[in-house]
Design a protein around this ligand. Structure first.
Ligand SMILES: Nc1nc2c(ncn2[C@@H]2O[C@H](COP(=O)(O)OP(=O)(O)OP(=O)(O)O)[C@@H](O)[C@H]2O)c(=O)[nH]1
Ligand SMILES: [Mg+2]
Length: 313
């Protein structure tokens, strides 16, 4: 670990928020010290509550997050927020709308908001987001809210990071429900019909209820109506989130052995995937194979046969 990273870590442990922000950037950029940083903070994680909020663009996720921040602050919880901006492949860019909407919290030291770009490629989003959530946890945030847009692969990633996932739909989401069905159920721990002040809310509510009755196992996915803009339904939402947290606590947990092993393998595969992607490029270690591949002198299979000869594990 280089000396400036070391200094950052020291400041992180002294609760310096600027150091937290810089370490997040370091992790997000896959700095070569990333693994050591994560290893150093790992034992400080206290098991913060991780809440994922996902749903179609404009469904009111940020508005809802804003209200949840206020509610958790009333409970004296420290709240970390990660807003994943799918329009930007790069991080650091502020999602302006989110920033503005959450401005009232910006002076609050117990609230920390971070935007992340989504890369999409080779599970990058998932790994970096998970690590950044861990940073927030180790820093001392009690609740971590993770907002992502859309209903698709990114949400599945988020689902694996969040302990409770809220799927936010609106009265116009009928088609999404019809096409996703069981897929939605796979993601959601709680369904929210936001913008319930609009026409059609009751019908969406009923559709989600029957979906939930049809597919739920163990935890019957609750459906609730909210009007985030007017803070309606948010107290009930808080209660349901708490109930889900309690339900999870009662479930049989995977053995420590299983978790340690799967975490380790996931980190290893993510590292290897990054390295190999870099190697198989015009200037990478396997540039010859790369050139043969793109000029069709070899095919993807024979390319892998060649590379496997070179990989030593
Ligand atoms: N009528 C109505 N409008 C709402 C409600 N909640 C949010 N809105 C409005 O819906 C618009 C989108 O809200 P956002 O909170 O930005 O939605 P979002 O899901 O975070 O949007 P993206 O992050 O861009 O996907 C804003 O103009 C909000 O004011 C609601 O309950 N009722
Ligand atoms: Mg938003």
């Amino acid at each position: 670990m280089n000396s400036s990273t070391k200094k950052l870590l020291d400041r992180f442990f002294q609760a310096d928020q600027r150091a937290l922000a810089k370490l997040m950037t370091l992790i997000d950029n896959r700095h070569e010290d990333s693994l050591e940083v994560m290893s150093a903070i790992h034992d400080q994680e206290k098991g913060a509550q991780r809440i994922g909020i996902t749903g179609p663009p404009g469904s009111g996720k940020s508005t809802l997050v804003d209200k949840l921040i206020t509610k958790y602050r009333q409970l004296e919880k420290k709240v970390g927020i990660i807003a994943i901006d799918p329009s930007s492949p790069f991080s650091g860019g502020a999602v302006l709308g989110d920033r503005i909407r959450m401005q009232e919290h910006s002076a609050d030291n117990a609230v920390f908001i971070r935007s992340l770009g989504s890369r999409g490629a080779h599970g990058g989003l998932s790994r970096a987001t998970r690590d950044i959530v861990s940073l927030l946890d180790a820093f001392g945030f009690d609740v971590i809210l993770i907002e992502t847009v859309g209903v698709g692969q990114t949400e599945l990633d988020i689902m694996s990071i969040a302990s409770t996932t809220l799927v936010v739909l609106v009265p116009e989401s009928g088609d999404t429900i019809q096409t996703m069905k069981a897929g939605l159920m796979e993601i959601a721990d709680i369904f929210i019909v936001n913008k319930s002040d609009r026409e059609g809310a009751d019908q969406i509510f009923a559709e989600l209820r029957s979906l939930s009755e049809m597919y739920s196992t163990g935890w019957e996915v609750p459906v609730i109506k909210t009007v985030a803009l007017k803070n309606e339904g948010t107290t009930e939402l808080m209660e349901i989130i708490a109930a889900h947290e309690k339900h999870r606590g009662k479930q049989e947990k995977l053995s420590d052995e299983h978790i340690l092993l799967s975490d380790c393998l996931e980190i290893l595969l993510s590292e290897l995937s990054d390295d190999l992607t870099e190697h198989l490029s015009p200037k990478g270690k396997y540039k010859k194979i790369y050139q043969n591949l793109i000029s069709q002198k070899c095919n993807p299979y024979s390319a892998v046969i060649e590379m496997k000869k070179k990989i030593k594990i």
